[in-house]
Design a protein around this ligand. Structure first.
Ligand code: AMP
Length: 144
């Protein structure tokens, strides 16, 4: 059975780096660099998800608008149609979402509020754990 998002978050934690929509791209770039992450969730009123902004969006903004875009607010370059998931969904479902939508981050919501984020790195780690566990069970079965 595939691991659930809830059990992944129980292991990795539920902290999500969020920023407000008016923060400049330069400040967001500093946060991505300092926190060693690839994405921030942009939140509006009551911690609701307003958008997502990743290192890919930063590259696109600079490539199309030049370095002066760094002074612009993140809301001008974020993705607003954010695909999210619930904690009862599985890693397999997230892999499907990521590969169909060609993105590497999925915010998690509980009761309409942000409750975590899963990156492609978390998915890979979880898949490796599942495969190792299956191999151990197989060995134990063969030995018994
Ligand atoms: P990523 O691969 O996560 O760096 O994102 C690639 C592109 O997809 C960027 O334009 C992101 O803003 C966008 N993106 C990232 N995550 C999501 C998501 N969960 N839903 C919709 N778009 C996303």
């Amino acid at each position: 059975m595939s691991t659930t998002v809830k059990s992944m978050l129980d292991i990795k934690g539920r902290d999500v780096v969020t920023v407000g929509p008016d923060l400049s791209l330069h400040d967001v770039a500093r946060i991505l660099n300092e926190r060693k992450i690839g994405a921030v969730v942009v939140t509006g009123m009551e911690e609701r998800i307003a958008g997502i902004f990743t290192e890919r969006d930063l590259v696109r903004a600079i490539a199309t608008g030049g370095a002066e875009v760094l002074g612009q607010p993140v809301r001008a370059s974020m993705t607003t149609s954010v695909q999210r998931c619930r904690e009862d969904q599985t890693v397999d479902e997230l892999m499907g979402m990521m590969s169909a939508g060609r993105f590497r981050h999925v915010p998690v919501e509980r009761d309409g509020r942000l409750s975590g984020i899963i990156s492609i790195g978390d998915v890979v780690k979880s898949r490796i754990r599942e495969v190792e566990l299956e191999a151990e069970q197989m060995k134990a079965y063969i030995a018994s």
